[in-house]
Design a protein around this ligand. Structure first.
Ligand code: FAD
Length: 625
């Protein structure tokens, strides 16, 4: 039968990082999916720095990968400088980051979208949603085409009523060079959503040939290079290049201070709040007035292009000031700017209007993901997109929504933070946001999430087979080491004492020895007595080592999680009347009505919620049952 061009199961609006993961996840989960986006050429485009990962963000990339998403694979195919951050710190905060070739990344994402069965793309601007009462029915393009679907995922990024600022100049745009979504923004403001403004910014780009690298410090990538995808390998990486480090000077700061009255941020022209953790250079100069210099990472935009990204000087100052300040930076004296820096303001929706599935509470079947929920960053957007996409596909088939808990994934932390607390500034992920950090490591993202991904239909047979083999190998190796013994009187003990220089006063299993801080897996496996019959995969060895060394802490966290389970697992019915809960203060009642938590666990995390109030809620819910 010829497929109906205008009717689909799921429509995804926007082909950015949220939209592409949403469309791929929805299609993989079995829904006939349509991706509507402004331009097929800009599918997977990176609006700002072409870099993937970092602390907290790298964790999200691995989680997206564990759930069958595309971001890690694209980074592997495009990463031109790789680093393992916090390598000498504990495993909870170790993170992967790569500088990517912008066009290789975009090409990989576009190919993945085009080759995905069940997924079609149509290039057009969406101007309105079709909403019938409190249910979404589809979307309408700027040329009047109507597409119908019982579920729609909106991922419009910075485009909703987007406004670019460069000094006193301002104009409507989704990002530089792309049209804004002005009509759609106006239509959405007529709907029952709470809308506000945020802003973000980007630095000017520079022709790398005009820079003096001899005045900068070279920063080569790591060797060996980390790999992002569970299914990836170092062979996927293209050629590798260095980044460079330089600094702003006292003159740079003087130029900025002298031009602050022309900055749209300080003149009051920009109303939206920007990312606190990614401030503009003018913000840094004002906030850290005593610092004589700020570091700048000089990062390549790609292998075949001359442009570089000067990470650390995001600005919306007028262009003449940008040129002057850029040329005051060490090594940038003759710099040629290829594109000006700018700030962009855009509409976002209060994420407290969302369920944990990312479906809006106001309109059934309508999901929001990415920057429009108040986040910043490709990784935050992609993770939400994957979640919204799979849940949209499940919604269509009347299956229960899926969302990981805070102790299962950074994705769970991200969504729970957003829907419980909302946000007044662009939200980015940090490891410090997770209370169960030691559980939520980059290195075990597959073990935490791939089984769920398999059940959701997102994980293919090849990944599942490799995952099962890894899981079995970890169990086998732990068991093997648990069954090998070293004592002061046996050969293994004597070898351990002689080779590793340890003290041994009684019998220990090899696993017991691995718990000692001074010993590691490689050292133990180098002993003849403990050597495996065939080489153990490095990732298997890493898991055995971390799970053994941190077994005590991990168990304590698991006990704490189990204690919290009762509240997490107690749902608050939709439309619940909090006024009926006797004894709640007026202030808490107001907060509960604002957030409308879906579980008692979520209610517990509302700021100001007391243990007594949680008990009142629990007692009421139990009585009502
Ligand atoms: P986007 O990547 O913006 O994608 C939105 C997509 O939707 C686009 O393909 C667009 O064409 C499409 N679209 C929008 N409206 C419509 C419509 N009506 N019809 C059809 N298609 C539509 N992140 C950081 O982490 N650090 C930074 O320093 C940083 N700086 C930034 C600076 C700038 C100037 C910009 C623009 C972004 C910056 N970001 C930064 C944010 C990062 O780019 C976003 O977080 C990320 O791209 C969000 O992904 P998304 O999928 O939500 O939206």
């Amino acid at each position: 039968m010829t497929p109906d061009f205008h009717r689909h199961d799921v429509i995804v609006i926007g082909g950015g990082h949220a939209g592409t993961e949403a469309a791929l996840a929805s299609a993989r989960a079995g829904a006939r999916t349509l991706l509507l986006t402004h331009g097929i050429e800009t599918v997977g485009a990176m609006s700002c720095n072409p870099a993937i990962g970092g602390i907290g963000k790298g964790h999200l990339v691995r989680e997206i990968d564990a759930l069958g998403g595309v971001m890690a694979k694209a980074a592997d195919a495009a990463g031109i400088q790789w680093r393992r951050l916090n390598a000498s710190k504990g495993p909870a905060v170790r993170a992967t980051r790569c500088q990517a070739d912008r066009s290789l990344y975009r090409a990989f994402i576009r190919r993945a979208v085009e080759q995905q069965p069940n997924l079609t793309v149509f290039q057009s601007a969406v101007d309105d949603l079709v909403i019938d009462g409190d249910t979404v029915r589809g979307a309408i393009t700027n040329t009047g085409l109507r597409f119908d679907a019982p579920a729609v995922v909106l991922t419009a990024g910075t485009f909703l009523a987007g406004k670019v600022h460069i000094g006193e100049t301002q104009y409507a745009a989704g990002r530089m060079g792309d049209p804004p979504a002005t009509t759609l923004a106006a239509r959405l403001r007529e709907r029952p959503f709470t809308v506000d403004r945020l802003k973000t910014g980007t630095p000017p780009r520079i022709d790398g040939r005009s820079l003096d690298y001899s005045a900068m410090t070279e920063q080569p990538g790591d060797d060996p290079r980390p790999v992002f995808s569970f299914m990836g390998s170092r062979d996927d990486h293209p050629a590798q290049v260095s980044c460079w480090i330089t600094h702003t000077t006292e003159r740079t700061h003087a130029i900025i201070r002298g031009a602050l009255h022309r900055s749209p941020m300080y003149s009051g022209q920009i109303e939206g709040i920007g990312p606190r953790y990614c401030p503009s250079i003018e913000d840094k100069v004002v906030r850290f007035a005593d610092k004589p210099s700020h570091q700048i990472f000089v990062e390549p935009e790609g292998l075949d292009v001359v442009e570089i990204y000067p990470n650390g000087i995001s600005t919306s100052l007028p262009f003449d000031v940008q040129l002057e300040l850029v040329r005051s930076i060490t090594g940038f004296e003759r710099a040629h700017i290829t594109r000006p820096g700018y700030a962009i303001e855009y509409d976002f929706f209060d994420p407290r209007g969302l369920k944990a599935s990312l479906e809006t509470k106001a309109i059934a079947g309508l999901f929001f993901a990415g920057q429009i929920n108040g986040t910043t960053g490709y990784e935050e957007a992609a993770a939400q997109g994957l979640l919204a996409g799979v849940n949209a596909a499940r919604f269509v088939r009347a299956l229960e929504a899926w969302s990981p808990r805070r102790d299962e994934a950074y994705l769970g932390v991200l969504v729970d933070d957003l829907i419980t607390h909302g946000t007044s500034e662009p939200y980015r992920m940090f490891t410090s946001r997770a209370e169960y950090r030691l559980q939520l490591r980059e290195d075990n993202a597959d073990l935490r999430l791939t089984p769920a991904g398999r059940e959701l239909g997102l994980v293919d047979d090849a990944r599942w087979a490799r995952f099962e083999a890894k899981r079995e190998a970890i169990a086998r190796e732990s068991q093997r080491l648990g069954g090998l013994w070293a004592s002061p009187n046996n050969a293994a003990g004597r070898e351990a004492v002689a080779t590793l220089g340890i003290e041994l006063s009684r019998e220990n299993s090899a696993l017991d020895l691995l718990r000692r801080p001074e010993l590691d897996y490689a050292g133990l496996a180098s002993l003849e007595a403990f050597a495996p019959e065939s080489p153990v995969d490095a990732e298997v060895a890493e898991q055995v080592e971390i799970e053994t060394k941190y077994a005590g802490y991990l168990q304590r966290q698991r006990d704490e999680i189990a204690r919290q389970q009762r509240n997490e697992g107690t749902p608050v019915p939709d439309g619940f009347d909090y006024a009926q809960v006797r004894g709640l203060s007026a202030e808490l009642l107001q907060k509960l009505e604002r957030v409308r938590p879906q579980t008692v666990g979520q209610a517990q995390r509302i700021p100001g919620m007391t243990p007594a109030a949680v008990s009142l809620l629990l007692v009421h819910l139990e009585r009502a049952r």
